[in-house]
Design a protein around this ligand. Structure first.
Ligand code: F6R
Length: 615
């Protein structure tokens, strides 16, 4: 999704803006731009379609360089108006106001029609340009820039994170947010704004997270924040724990590859100080969790994409092991369907970014339907819209995930959900000490098992060549492995652009088996569990229709290889909790290597955004 960076400093701001844009690239975008106020208080703007590198090239080729101490910049992911230089941000109104915007102004057509009558001329097809004109209009009757912004935003319906500069007030940036993330960075040589800490990590580790409706005035050595009711607000300065080099690729070719290989450490970090030798610590989910967990009768998990797939795995675990009812739903469906939410439900949102608009709205809907319901957010982002709105927060501690395709965020979500299973199960006396110990010991073994599994990369790389000219793939699994098959299919389609679908293997005969012939490869996951024999029968059904198959199995599953069926043993003796986590790895590696062979942009696949902050 779109990214914002800006600052007012004693140095030339342009290099910082470009560095910030490069760091925000992972969020997904199709154009970028920046604007700087020159010493003569005039706007100097550059915009470009495609990569930030194109913008850098454009800046280098200019005879008149863009220099100054104050500026704002943006990566745009097109929503209103095609990706083009004219639609790229920043937008300007009458050489007095310039704006960068994340979010969507839903009533922009109505505002635009009024502004045309007021004499404003539009150069883009975006919803953002009305923001610049609205602020310029208010400046005629307001004495300060912040007051003009305060007045202008009152007419906006929708969501926004905004960075605003004005040639009439050349020493300050105004930042405001509603429904889109925005933060302030406090630096040695100035102060900054960004939609994500990562953009500013080379400059500062001190951040102020703006709350819903806050408007901030940012000067070189002063930050003033006004809250949604117009009162002066004090927001804490948070020291970021993210290391600047965590957002570099290191020795890996892609962030995705790096993040796949970071999973053993990410899981260690997720478990750290959450477990003892044999149990989950009682405060792992926060001190208020105990009372809440004791009283709940069911769980409602809501999420999108990979996070939804993690939720599906948890449903199997929670109902099977803790015998507590658990429903899982796609957030974009939940938010619009008037669901029933019983008292004593724990409403769980899963979100790597903590900013996914549909998940956030689903939580708001849940709170509206039943204000008594308590919420837990499992997220990789400490300061996010979802964590702020939830009663309880559990952080996955995966570290920044830059590759658009979720990898370590997914497996650490599974680990977090296993801890949730233990915490609730134990407090409700549905899981005894022995079961808990078994799960905890199993979780502790995971980093070692993952390292072992990652050693299979070269074998999986060889398998990937089979998919070079492939157009479709079917993934099969049963039980939790159906959810892992869904995750495998999602990975393959998003980074290699091969159509992929996942089915519970038992469902094959109800339709999808019609698709199977020699051109439809099938990938199956065969753990050594109570459904193994049933899965083996399903594999025979597929085999007899001529499909080329790859079966990832537990060494103890002993699937008999047949003609055109390759059986790849992963690791033996996996339990109910560790199996879905371990079997995720070969599927991630396979997608990665298929994408490499097909030459796609692995870390930034087409049309996708890392954090989907608009509907
Ligand atoms: C898939 C992927 C997406 C996200 C989804 C939810 O690889 O990354 O499907 O899982 O957009 O994002 P979060 O977890 O940030 O809410």
């Amino acid at each position: 999704m779109c990214g914002i960076v800006g600052g007012v400093t004693s140095k030339n701001i342009t290099p910082l803006l470009l560095e910030g844009l490069n760091r925000l690239e992972y969020r997904g975008y199709d154009s970028s731009g920046l604007i700087v106020l020159s010493n003569k208080n005039t706007f100097n703007r550059a915009r470009s379609v495609g990569k930030v590198a194109n913008l850098e090239k454009k800046l280098k080729s200019r005879s008149k360089k863009i220099n100054g101490n104050i500026g704002i910049a943006h990566t745009r992911w097109a929503t209103h108006g095609e990706p083009s230089s004219l639609n790229a941000h920043p937008h300007i109104s009458k050489n007095s106001v310039s704006v960068v915007h994340n979010g969507i102004i839903e009533n922009y057509i109505e505002l635009k029609n009024n502004q045309i009558k007021q004499g404003y001329k539009f150069e883009s097809e975006t919803d953002t340009e009305v923001i610049a004109h609205a602020i310029d209009f208010e400046m005629k009757s307001c004495e300060t820039l912040i007051a003009s912004v305060q007045k202008a935003v009152m007419s906006f319906e929708g969501s926004y994170g905004l960075g605003i500069i004005s040639s009439n007030f050349p020493d300050r940036i105004i930042a405001t947010r509603k429904g889109s993330p925005l933060l302030i960075g406090i630096g040695e040589n100035g102060n900054y704004i960004a939609s994500d800490q990562i953009a500013l990590l080379s400059e500062t580790k001190k951040f102020i997270f703006l709350e819903e409706g806050d408007i901030a005035e940012i000067e070189i050595n002063k930050v003033t924040i006004i809250d949604i009711d117009g009162n002066l607000a004090k927001r804490p300065i948070v020291i970021s724990k993210i290391k600047a080099d965590q957002s570099d690729k290191g020795n890996y070719s892609h962030f995705m590859q790096k993040e796949i290989f970071e999973q053993p450490q990410a899981i260690r970090d997720t478990l750290e100080s959450r477990i003892t030798n044999d149990s989950v610590i009682s405060s792992a989910f926060g001190y208020e969790a105990e009372g809440i967990f004791k009283s709940i009768k069911q769980l409602q998990i809501v999420a999108c994409g990979s996070s939804f797939n993690a939720g599906l795995v948890a449903k199997y675990w929670i109902e099977d092991i803790a015998k507590i009812q658990c429903s899982v739903e796609i957030a974009s469906e939940y938010r619009y369907r008037n669901p029933i939410l019983q008292n004593n439900t724990l409403f769980v949102t899963l979100s790597q970014s903590g900013e996914t608009a549909d998940t956030l709205e689903a939580l708001k809907v849940a709170k509206k339907i039943n204000s008594k319901v308590k919420s837990l957010c499992i997220s990789n982002s400490a300061e996010s819209s979802l964590t702020r709105l939830s009663d309880l927060t559990f952080l996955t501690h995966a570290g920044p995930e830059i590759g658009v395709a979720s990898t370590k965020a997914f497996t650490t979500q599974l680990v977090s959900l296993a801890l949730l299973l233990c915490s609730i199960g134990k407090l409700q006396k549905k899981i005894d000490i022995k079961q808990e110990k078994e799960i905890v010991i199993g979780l502790k073994k995971l980093p070692g098992l993952l390292n072992e599994t990652l050693l299979q990369e070269s074998l999986i790389k060889k398998l990937a060549s089979r998919f070079k000219d492939n157009t479709s793939t079917l993934f099969l699994g049963r039980g939790t492995m159906h959810a892992i098959a869904m995750e495998g299919a999602l990975k393959l389609k998003e980074i290699s652009y091969i159509h992929a679908e996942a089915y519970p293997a038992g469902e094959l005969k109800h339709g999808p088996i019609a698709l199977i012939d020699k051109n439809m490869p099938v990938i199956a996951i065969a753990p050594n569990d109570e459904l193994l024999e049933k899965l083996k029968s399903n594999l025979h059904e597929v085999k007899s229709r001529g499909s080329q198959m790859i079966v990832f199995e537990d060494e103890d599953s002993k699937v008999q290889p047949m003609e055109s069926m390759l059986v790849v043993p992963i690791i033996s003796n996996l339990g109910r909790i560790s199996a879905p986590i371990i079997f995720t790895i070969p599927l991630q590696l396979l997608s990665y290597h298929v994408a490499l062979i097909r030459g796609t942009d692995v870390d930034k696949p087409r049309n996708l955004a890392k954090s989907v902050t608009v509907e």
